[in-house]
Design a protein around this ligand. Sequence first.
Ligand SMILES: NC(=O)c1ccc[n+]([C@@H]2O[C@H](COP(=O)([O-])OP(=O)(O)OC[C@H]3O[C@@H](n4cnc5c(N)ncnc54)[C@H](OP(=O)(O)O)[C@@H]3O)[C@@H](O)[C@H]2O)c1
Length: 327
Amino acid sequence: MRILVLGGTVFLGRAVARQALAAGHDVTCAARGTSGDPVDGATFVTVDREEAGGLGAVEGTFDAVVDVARKPSHVRHMVAELAGRAGHVTFVSSCSAYADAVTPDQTSETAPLLPPADPANEDPAAGAEEYGRCKVTCEELVREGFGEVLVNRAGLIVGPEDPTGRFDYWVARHARGGEILAPGDPDERVQYVDVRDLADWILRCAEEGRTGTYDGMGAPMTRREFHAGLQAGTGGTGTLTWVPQDFLTGHAVVPWSGARSLPLWLPLPEYGGFLTRDVTRSLAAGLQPRPLPETAAATLAAFSDTRHITGLTEEEEVELLREWHAR
Ligand SMILES: NC(=O)c1ccc[n+]([C@@H]2O[C@H](COP(=O)([O-])OP(=O)(O)OC[C@H]3O[C@@H](n4cnc5c(N)ncnc54)[C@H](OP(=O)(O)O)[C@@H]3O)[C@@H](O)[C@H]2O)c1
């Protein structure tokens, strides 16, 4: 197949391109080339989707197109410029498109969506809700433009080359060992997808011509299972100290990501719907999540000196554990 990856210079786009090449496809990646490099073997076309006509250098027809855009304007331009030239179309959306962050076990078929972005202010970088609303607009534009498409609402994507450093925090933390501050309750759930499994599924959906809307995430697991998988994959020998959320919020620990955060930790019940999606349909449609120890081991093996890791510093963790034991 002739496959166009709109993006393809970072993380998921690179993984899709790499797997498509390995499967013997002819792969073109189109981006500005400022965020990273395309994988070896792909044809790279320099484009800037900020401007109408910005995809002018992308020539010919494609059996499959995969787009990871966040900005509705980029999708508007793409729909106009690839009209009549795209076979199967995949739009990579996000579970951030959903409106209800609280209710556990929602499915892609019934979960309510955020409203589309305000046409006067379509800025996916303006915050989590704006990002989700922009993805809703992008989905609508792709469906209007191409009809039957695949919308893959990705959840937390992890694995080698993840630029966010969230999952990497936990891989690095387990690899280091010692006493590990584990947030929340061991029976709470966490959910993610290995970038290689998501890329593989996106590619197979394109090959099979599958359309529809799916969540791109594996089944939830408990935090206990999550840490056990990390330990197995990294060979770490650390011991977990579970610290409940009241203590964490009372000590200014930040959820999810960023400075002084415990990555992938989200307060409950307000984020009870976020890492607990029912993905039965996705698994039935071909998503094949690999075991967590494999993801953890590959992530660790891909660490480089310049890797970005978000989360607590070692000193912050030690101090929090000291205060927890002294309470
Ligand atoms: N990471 C997660 O946990 C997560 C969770 C849910 C959903 N998602 C979604 O999953 C996808 C991840 O995609 P990704 O890993 O490939 O990363 P990404 O950061 O979304 O990639 C954006 C791509 O678009 C290109 N691009 C940006 N601005 C451009 C412009 N003006 N013109 C042309 N190309 C442009 C970038 O390359 P250049 O900068 O070189 O142009 C890059 O290749 C996204 O759709 C994201 O919203 C991610």
